[in-house]
Write a protein that binds this ligand. Structure first.
Ligand code: GAL
Length: 440
């Protein structure tokens, strides 16, 4: 049986699986999946599966009734470890008060059974540090680590836990200070640990990166790109290790958040392959078939041939004939574009739904001129030269007017042209567009 990525998944009872920002635990031939559930008073739900395809709902292991501090609250990225010494299951998560993200605390819960009702212990800032996106990791010797985004998400902290996993023992490392990494997921392969993270752009997908080290508390490598500039429209949450009789397979688990509708968010399980001991490679797969006995995995890719045009973390869309830069919405077909190559480095941009072409408003060559959709592609007005600005982003210069496509910073309003700005790329650059492939 195959996993189909990027679509809603149902549990064995036919209900949508609500387990985002998930964490996994393997026990007695089962994979247990814990994740965020934002329906009603639910907070964390637990499912289990033997084959990673059929998921049986077990319990809403944390709800708003679990503890007064959880009603209301926002509980994100729950992760669970089993503690061999105490025989208890320990959950850590990112806790917020349900109103805003300013509390920046973690919370710890504990249970005697894997899918039991977890007992809420407390929320706190580890050693006084802000703590948002997080993960847990148990090392080979049983030592557990809590990794979380600190200092307004600028730095990633690695804390060692106490032997019972219920508290912080020490802050061991501050990783990539100022580089704003979040959504951490840690895995070990051979002699190397790999830490996969995303950038900090809220629900909008961005370039995933990885780093490696031979010890969690040792020196970590620089950050290197993993996957596409949108990490195939996902954000990391976990890396599963499937130890088969033939091979060990590593599965990247990502959330495909829908920034326009949280409940339309989906998941992707993607094999993390290795080119050599320190070079993981993540590719898109429309479907994944895993034999959990042998560890063998086969994938299929369906090329969509479509693109989304992202600028300033907003997406070029057409609303009532007007061009806008809007929030990403996977349900909105007006955000889909085709890219036609005229000659290398010169393209036409065709709106998929209407078949119309992007061009400057007729006759105008002035700075600030608007753009519109043309019925036909018959002149240089519908042609755009690409200027690589790094990170997969390009500037688009109109072949007729010589002006560049841009969106006003901070607006979701109309897109317009303006003088070509050779400024270096930063993701706030309103002229830098990502021709983001659509991964189905
Ligand atoms: C993301 C984070 C998610 C969630 C979201 C809220 O950056 O990874 O877990 O907190 O922001 O905007």
């Amino acid at each position: 049986m195959k996993i189909t990525n990027g679509v809603q998944w149902l549990d064995t009872a036919g209900n949508v699986i609500s387990a985002h920002g998930g964490g996994f635990l393997q026990k007695d031939g089962y994979f247990y999946w814990f994740g965020e559930n934002r329906n009603g008073k639910k907070l964390v739900s637990c499912y289990r599966s033997r084959d990673l395809v059929n998921w049986e709902f077990l319990n809403d292991v944390v709800t708003m009734d679990t503890h007064p501090e959880l009603n209301p609250s926002n509980c994100e990225r729950p992760k669970v470890l089993y503690n061999e010494k105490t025989g208890k299951y320990v959950m850590w998560l990112h806790w917020e008060n349900g109103i805003h993200y300013g509390e920046a605390r973690c919370a710890v819960l504990v249970s005697d059974t894997v899918d039991g009702d977890y007992q809420y212990l407390r929320s706190f800032r580890p050693l006084g540090h802000m703590s948002r996106d997080c993960t847990l990791y148990k090392d080979d010797d049983g030592t557990a680590y809590f990794i979380s985004a600190a200092n307004e998400n600028a730095d990633l902290h690695v804390y060692r836990l106490t032997d019972d996993y219920l508290d912080i023992a020490a802050l061991e490392k501050i990783l990539w200070a100022g580089q704003k990494r979040e959504a951490p997921a840690l895995v070990k392969r051979g002699d190397y640990y790999f830490l996969v993270t995303s950038g900090c752009t809220g629900w909008e997908p961005n370039q995933g990166k990885y780093a490696y080290a031979t010890s969690i508390t040792g020196e970590w490598s620089e950050l290197k790109n993993l996957g596409s500039p949108t990490t195939y429209d996902t954000q990391p949450t976990y890396i599963l290790t499937i130890q088969g009789t033939e091979k060990t397979t590593y599965l990247y688990v990502g959330d495909r958040w829908d920034p326009s509708d949280y409940h339309n968010s989906t998941y992707a399980f993607l094999p993390l392959e290795f080119e050599d001991d320190t070079t993981p490679k993540l590719s898109w797969a429309s479907t994944v078939e895993i034999d959990v006995e042998t560890g063998e995995v086969t994938t299929e890719v369906q090329e969509s041939g479509l693109y989304r045009l992202q600028v300033n973390m907003r997406y070029l869309t057409v609303e009532e004939g007007q061009l806008k830069a809007a929030r990403l919405s996977y349900a909105n077909e007006n955000q889909l574009w085709e890219v036609e190559e005229v000659v290398p480095e010169i393209i036409r941009i065709k709106h998929h739904k209407t078949g119309k072409y992007l061009q400057p408003t007729a006759g105008s060559t002035e700075d600030g001129a608007h753009v519109e959709l043309a019925d036909r592609a018959d002149s240089a007005s519908q042609e755009w030269s690409l200027y690589d600005t790094g990170g997969g982003y390009v500037k688009l210069q109109n072949r007729h007017s010589g002006l560049a496509l841009k969106v006003q910073r901070g607006t979701e309003g109309p897109i317009f042209q303006t003088e070509m700005n050779p400024r270096r790329y930063g993701w706030w650059d309103e002229q830098a567009f990502l021709l983001a492939k659509v991964f189905k």
